[in-house]
Every structure is written in structure tokens, then in C-alpha cells.
Design a protein around this ligand. Sequence first.
Ligand SMILES: [Zn+2]
Length: 165
Amino acid sequence: MTPNEAKAAVKMLRAVWAHQEESRRGKWRKRWMNQAELIGGWSKDPRTHVGCVFVKDNHRLMDGYNGLPRGVCDDPPVRWGPEEKYDWMCHAEASGVAKAARHGVSLMGSTCFVTHKPCSQCMSLMLNAGVAAVIYGPGKTSMPEQKFRITTIMCEEAGVRLEAY
Ligand SMILES: [Zn+2]
């Protein structure tokens, strides 16, 4: 084998490895996003199902979905209605961060896979919890666009990766 042939072989091997690594990563991204969607399905909200999973080293640390806080009665329909919903509701990501605190799980350096782009309040909680990256699905909510714009700015300034799935 000539030096040039050896170089070409190494180059080809690197390309194969890069491709394998990329498809492995893509496979896991899909798996985690599928899990976020599954968890979101547990929400009793009649209109919006948001789910998330916090992952580190390909290990699921915590999950969350939108709903009323633990122990609060979620039967009265008025609590899910447009007038009061946002005063009663705990968002999926906020729920995940709170559950992690409850169970003594650190989210430091984790990636959040979430079905919807986080609002600025949830994003601020995740930033303070040390979440390093957020990958969000295409879900839409009725919340004002301003909250999602601020999320983008927060992540840019804090150096946290925010990526559409
Ligand atoms: Zn939120």
C-alpha cells in the first residue's frame, strides 16, 4: 500500500465511523423524543400534551408532563379552561425539574428532550438546574410568542444549546 493509498483508506474509515456515529446519535435522539411524547400522553390537559425527559450519558434521569401540582385536585374542568389554566398548571419541564429536586437527582449537564419549545419560565428553571441542552419537538401551544422568543435569547446568552428536533 502506498502512502497515498493508506491516507485514502484512513479517510474512508473516518467517514464510515462518522456516519455510524451520526446514525447512532440520530437513533437515540429519536428514542428520547419518542419517550417525551409518550410521557406527554399522560397529561390530563384536554388540549395540550407536553412531555419531557432529561437525559445524561444516554441515561434517563427524570421526566415530566404538564398537569396540576401534586396533591391538587385536577377534576374541576374550570382549572383546565382558558381562563384559569395557566394559573393552575405546572408545565412539563418545571414539573421535571421539581421532581428531580424531590428525588435528589441532579440535572447538571443533562439534555432535555421536550415535545414543545420551552417557555421562558421553564427555561429559566432549567438554566438554574444546570441543564446543558434542550432539543424540542414541533408542538404548539396557545402561549404568547414572546415567551418563546425570550427562551431563545436566554439560551444564547447562557451558552445553552437550544435545537429544534
Ligand atoms: Zn413552560
